[in-house]
Write a protein that binds this ligand. Structure first.
Ligand SMILES: Cc1cc2nc3c(=O)[nH]c(=O)nc-3n(C[C@H](O)[C@H](O)[C@H](O)COP(=O)(O)O)c2cc1C
Length: 336
């Protein structure tokens, strides 16, 4: 109710300015908000007990600087990042565009973040005030060539490991040139080999932390089936499906519809759900899927769960519907 009243005012601001303004307001209000992870139905996925099946998707809190405030919106888990080994400013502004008629967003942020050390410092400072599950999403720096990408992922993994409940390797952002090529069979095999070896080593000191891989919605069914075989071979702990799409045909005639970048929100929903269904079939229940892409209602979250996801995440829907979407989706998930 309150958000539908406030939203037109928020949307008057330029999108990225508004993003920072809203997070600042949330931080200020957080001491007034009650602690609540809505616990309609806890679920155990990747060996972790989640208070509910609804998470915040990566990219909204890239530096893990707002986990206390975001934790009070009722999510069962938060995924922060994508964080890279070294701080980088991302693409020139403007790089974030709202397409309200389509309940969509186009972004070409380009992994703007303060670097892994800053994220770890933020998380360490506030973790005691956030009791929920925390995922940390890692990526490679723009200037690191793909043949050295594994080093970046390993560097970030080693730094975040002890601070995360699970770690996501993001190989599917369309805004870092060449990143999605890491989804090809050879590249993914060497990445997974590196990550799984490091996981064994780190587990000896810090306990076993699951590693999930985040994939694009633009992969063919054939590529997904091949990837599923590789994911099983390397015993990946979870798959996050999906990131934003590069197919912007659905919004071509809208203002900003032809901007460079990845499209999220309602137009990616069906494709993300299709990817989940194909993967779920190919994985045969061996690896859990976290479903994300275009969820703007409880019913749409249920579609993802029925397609084979065990958990869901929200980003664009939260911008258009506000925090009430979280409780709506939590209630809907309890029906499964
Ligand atoms: C502005 C913006 C920035 C994003 N940044 C990241 C990111 O840094 N890492 C990542 O894995 N996904 C990122 N995403 C993708 C989202 O996590 C999510 O996978 C995608 O938007 C689809 O979900 P949605 O339709 O609910 O937004 C970003 C999305 C948006 C809109």
């Amino acid at each position: 109710m309150l958000y539908s009243f406030v939203r037109p005012l928020l949307f008057c601001q330029e999108a990225e300015l508004n993003h920072h303004f809203t997070l600042k307001m949330l931080d200020r209000a957080s001491c007034l908000l009650p602690d609540r992870a809505l616990t309609h139905r806890p679920v155990t996925v990747m060996g972790i007990e989640f208070p509910n099946c609804v998470g915040l998707a990566a990219g909204l809190d890239k530096n893990g600087a707002h986990i206390v405030g975001l934790g009070k919106l009722g999510f069962g888990f938060l995924e922060v990042g994508t964080v890279t080994p070294v701080a980088q400013s991302g693409n020139p502004k403007p790089r974030l565009f709202r397409l309200p008629a389509h309940q969509a967003i186009i972004n070409r942020m380009g992994f703007n973040n303060d670097g892994v050390d800053a994220l770890v410092a933020n998380v360490s400072a506030t973790r005691s005030r956030y009791a929920g599950v925390l995922g940390i999403n890692i990526g490679k720096n723009k200037d690191t060539p793909n043949d050295r990408a594994v080093n970046d992922y390993l560097l970030a993994l080693r730094k975040v490991y002890q601070h995360a409940d699970y770690i996501t390797a993001n190989i599917s952002s369309p805004n870092t040139v060449g990143l999605r090529e890491l989804q090809s069979a050879d590249a993914i095999k060497s990445l997974l080999e590196g990550l799984k070896n490091a996981q064994v080593e780190l587990a000896a000191n810090f306990g076993y932390k699951p590693i999930a891989i985040k994939i694009a919605p633009d992969l063919s069914d054939e590529a997904l089936v091949k990837l599923a075989t590789i994911f099983k071979q390397f015993e990946v702990d979870g798959i996050i499906a999906t990131n934003t799409t590069i197919d912007k045909s659905a919004v071509a005639s809208a203002r900003y519809g032809t901007e460079e970048g990845g499209l999220s929100g309602a137009p990616v929903r069906a494709q993300s759900t299709h990817v989940i269904a194909v993967l779920a079939d190919a994985l045969g229940g061996d690896i859990p899927i976290i479903g994300v892409g275009g969820i703007t209602s409880g019913a749409e979250a249920l579609e993802k769960l029925r397609a084979g996801a065990s958990l869901v995440q929200l980003y664009s829907g939260l911008i258009y519907r506000g925090p009430s979407l979280v409780s709506e989706v939590v209630k809907a998930c309890a029906q499964v």
